[in-house]
Structure formats: structure tokens, C-alpha cells
Design a protein around this ligand. Structure first.
Ligand SMILES: Cc1cc2nc3c(=O)[nH]c(=O)nc-3n(C[C@H](O)[C@H](O)[C@H](O)COP(=O)(O)OP(=O)(O)OC[C@H]3O[C@@H](n4cnc5c(N)ncnc54)[C@H](O)[C@@H]3O)c2cc1C
Length: 421
């Protein structure tokens, strides 16, 4: 009889693990959210209501984009996906190999990355579609010695309308996300896993809620991939302790008015400059545009740059309540990033006094059950039951300050192959 595997979560790690395991297991995915639906109204129409004061709280975005979840914390806003495809449906499609931390502890995923480059539509072939503002920003950053490089994208460029909607639901299907891995795999949606019974180093039974129903599931192998926010909750409720090493890769945008720049109609993050501990990339920050009063400027007449920071791995999450305070070190690097961005914008013609900041937010939670050198062969923490693996951002050993999806998928591939062999 074919063995059963249950995968909890359908984001970067879960969907990839499910696809790989489906070659030798009868796989079921349990997903808390529902099918992904893109933003329901045109942005131009929504922008007209900004003056009314209707957009006073970022969490309201869920009314228009139900798969996007936002939690407000004292220092920043957390953004993550709930639904088939997890947070990958909200991603800007960046496909970056970010395995420095894994290599340091002896985990080499060359084979898995090679396979991903073969299997997925990863391309930098979008440069010929860049708008004048993107080209200008690229040139300025080149002149400044920032070494900008076109961003590898999970994208079918011919289908892309350059509408700038990558993170609120690609309307043409040009952007790839992990929903495409789940064809033919059984996915139970609206199914929130609460905990797992563990006995004698074996994960025995999964407990979940679906509406008012209490459900239980059994399987030979269980993969927990509920994301850097969801997985620690399930593990702790099952008696497995995690570490207060949460990282989130905070994002801060720096922007300026720029007449008819039309950055709102451009691929998000078309290129990237890697600095020490952070990256800089052009990014129309829709969250700030709608919910930050300083951003009440015409949508087509501003230029915005994103700083994404590799923060110190220090923080925790309990019942969706995040405890995270940026360290002095984090603040120093963010400050440096802001100075870089100011300089770039001024060279592009912005006036110093007109430059404004976005809302500090983050969307890369992870790190609370980090892999160590002793687990470099097994990718399995000794704290876990023998038949339970974690395959998502929770096992990343350090913050990346870079897009993590590709690296999480490479890890999920390796884990699936360890389980199958
Ligand atoms: C706006 C935005 C843009 C981004 N852009 C990029 C990008 O361009 N490139 C990139 O590499 N990364 C990007 N990221 C980050 C990337 O999407 C995430 O790091 C990645 O998806 C994390 O993968 P994961 O498997 O750990 O978790 P997720 O992809 O978040 O998947 C977790 C899944 O588990 C489900 N779940 C949670 N709890 C439970 C439970 N109790 N029971 C059942 N199911 C549960 C969730 O609903 C979700 O579907 C972006 C993030 C954001 C917020």
C-alpha cells in the first residue's frame, strides 16, 4: 500500500515538499487559507478614496485582498499570505539563491538549485521592458558604484503587462507562484492545524479545525510548512520548543515626488544592489501609498526605493503576537540604507526636503528552529519526532535580507528526497 504523507501549509516550502513527495507517497496538503483571489478593484479607483480617511489601518486591506494578512506590531507591520500558495502569491517573483548561511553549516544545495533553474520559469529577460524611470535609477546607481543587477524573476515576460500588481495578485498569470506545483495534489482548504500528538518519538495524529468541525488526520510522514509565523505555533502546541531567534527582514521604502515617473506601472523590484546587510531595489510600496499619510501624492508621480535588511535573529511569536525589537545594529544599517537612497533620489532630481519614508514592514519571518551543522545531512532537528520534518523558513539558520523563496524550495526538495530514500 502507498504510504501517506501530510503536508501542513502550501507556501514555498509546503507546496514544493508536496510535489516532490507525491512521486512516492499519497500526499494531502492541509491549508488554513482558501483559494487565492487577486485585489478586487483597480488601484486607480481605490486611490481616489485616500483623501476620505477611509484607509486608516493596514489591516483593512484584508477586505479587498483576503489572502493578505497584516498584523500591526509596535515597531512594524507584518505581512504574510494565508491561502493556497501561501505568501508566494503576494511575492514580487524574485528568485534569488540565498544559501550563504546554509553553506556555512555544511549544507550544499547545488543539485536542488540546478533543478529549480531547470524546472521553473526563472529569467532576467525583462530589462528590455523597463520604463524610463527604472532605466534612469539603474544608471544613477551604476554611476554611484552600487553595482545594480537585473533581478532574476519567476516570470513569463511575454505575458507580463508591467502593471506593478505583482504583490497584490498578478492579473495575467505571468508571475509564477507555488500554486502551480499543486496540480493533481489533494489540498484541504480552510483547515487550520492546531497541534500534533507525539508519542515515543513518533508523530501520531494531527488535530485541525475546519469551520466548526474538529478533524484528525494520520500519516506515515508529516511535513510542517506553515511558515516562519505558523510553524512555531504548531510545534509549541505539540510540545516542541522553538528558539526566540525570529528574523523578519524588515523593509523600509524611501521615496520622493517625481513628475510623471509612472513607477506604478513597472515590474516591482526589477533590479537589485547588494550592500552590506541590506539590499536596495526600486519598489512601489502600495502599503505606504494607501495607509501612510505622507504618501498622499499622485500614484504616477513618485519614485520609491526599498531597503530590505538582514536583521539580527532575535524575536519570538506566540498566538500571532510578535515580540520583535530591532537592535541598535539593525537601526544603524537601516540608517545607512536611508542615506544611500536619499543620495540616489537626489541624483535623480529629487529635492532633499521632499524625500519621505514609508511604513516599516516585514514579510520574511523565519529562523525559530534553525538548522545546525550537526543536522547538515539529515536536515532534521533532534527535537522533532522521527517521522516529522519542518520544511519552511523556520529552519533557515540566519536572516537573509534577500528574497528567501528559492532557498526554501531548495531545502524542501532536499528534505523530500531524504524522506523518500
Ligand atoms: C509582499 C511580499 C513580497 C514578497 N516577495 C518575495 C519575492 O519576490 N521573492 C521571495 O523569494 N520571497 C518573497 N517574499 C517572501 C516569501 O513569499 C516567503 O518568505 C515565503 O513564501 C515563505 O515560505 P514558507 O513556506 O516559509 O511560508 P508561506 O509561503 O507563508 O506558507 C505558509 C502556509 O502555511 C499556511 N498555514 C499557516 N498556519 C497554518 C496552520 N496552522 N494550519 C494550516 N496551514 C497553515 C499559510 O496559510 C500559508 O499558506 C515576499 C513576501 C511578502 C510579504
Amino acid at each position: 500500500m502507498t504510504k501517506k504523507a501530510i503536508v501542513i501549509g502550501s507556501g514555498a516550502g509546503g507546496a514544493m515538499a508536496a510535489k516532490m513527495l507525491a512521486k512516492s507517497f499519497d500526499v494531502t496538503v492541509l491549508e488554513q487559507g482558501k483559494a487565492f483571489k487577486p485585489l478586487s478593484l483597480p488601484l486607480e479607483q481605490l486611490a481616489k478614496f485616500r483623501k476620505t480617511g477611509l484607509y486608516f489601518d493596514e489591516r483593512l486591506i484584508q477586505l479587498l485582498l483576503p489572502n493578505m494578512r497584516i498584523d500591526r506590531h509596535p515597531e512594524m507591520v507584518m505581512v504574510y499570505g494565508r491561502g493556497i500558495g501561501g505568501t508566494t502569491t503576494l511575492a514580487t517573483g524574485n528568485a534569488v539563491r540565498a544559501d550563504e548561511g546554509l553553506k556555512k553549516i555544511g549544507i550544499h544545495l547545488d543539485k536542488e538549485f540546478d533543478e529549480l533553474y531547470q524546472e521553473l520559469p526563472i529569467t532576467t529577460d525583462h530589462q528590455n521592458r523597463w520604463s524610463p524611470i527604472t532605466k534612469r535609477t539603474f544608471e544613477v546607481m551604476q554611476e554611484m558604484g552600487f553595482d545594480p543587477q537585473p533581478m532574476p524573476k519567476l516570470l513569463r515576460p511575454k505575458q507580463c503587462k508591467m502593471c506593478g500588481h505583482c504583490s497584490i495578485g498578478c492579473p495575467t498569470g505571468a508571475k509564477w507562484d507555488t500554486r502551480e506545483l499543486l496540480d493533481g495534489i489533494k489540498v484541504i482548504t480552510g483547515c487550520k492545524v492546531t497541534h500534533i500528538d507525539i508519542d515515543d518519538r513518533q508523530a501520531k495524529r494531527i488535530h485541525a479545525k475546519k469551520g466548526l468541525q474538529q478533524l484528525t488526520f494520520e500519516a506515515d510522514v508529516i511535513i510542517v510548512a506553515a511558515g516562519g509565523y505558523g510553524t512555531p505555533e504548531i510545534l509549541r502546541q505539540s510540545g516542541i520548543e522553538c528558539q526566540p531567534r525570529l528574523f523578519v527582514d524588515p523593509v523600509l521604502c524611501v521615496a520622493a515626488p517625481m513628475e510623471k515617473a509612472h513607477q506604478d506601472h513597472q515590474l516591482l523590484m526589477p533590479f537589485v544592489s547588494r550592500r552590506e546587510k541590506y539590499i536596495i531595489s526600486p519598489y512601489m510600496d502600495w502599503l505606504s501609498f494607501f495607509f501612510n499619510k505622507q504618501w498622499r501624492k499622485p500614484m504616477d508621480s513618485m519614485a520609491s526605493l526599498m531597503i530590505k535588511l538582514a536583521d539580527v535573529e532575535q524575536g519570538d511569536v506566540h498566538h500571532n503576537k510578535m515580540k520583535k525589537t530591532l537592535t541598535e545594529n539593525d537601526h544603524q544599517y537601516l540608517k545607512r540604507g536611508v542615506e544611500d537612497c536619499r543620495e540616489i533620489l537626489m541624483r535623480m532630481g529629487a529635492k532633499e526636503e521632499d524625500i519621505f519614508l514609508g511604513t516599516l514592514n516585514a514579510g520574511h519571518p523565519g529562523g525559530m528552529l534553525p538548522l545546525t551543522a550537526t543536522e547538515s545531512e539529515t536536515l532534521h532537528s533532534p527535537l522533532l519526532p522521527d517521522n516529522l520534518y519542518v520544511a519552511d523558513a523556520t529552519i533557515l539558520p540566519q536572516s537573509l535580507g534577500l528574497p528567501p523563496m528559492l532557498t526554501i524550495m531548495a531545502l524542501a526538495k532536499r528534505i523530500a528526497s531524504i524522506i523518500s530514500n
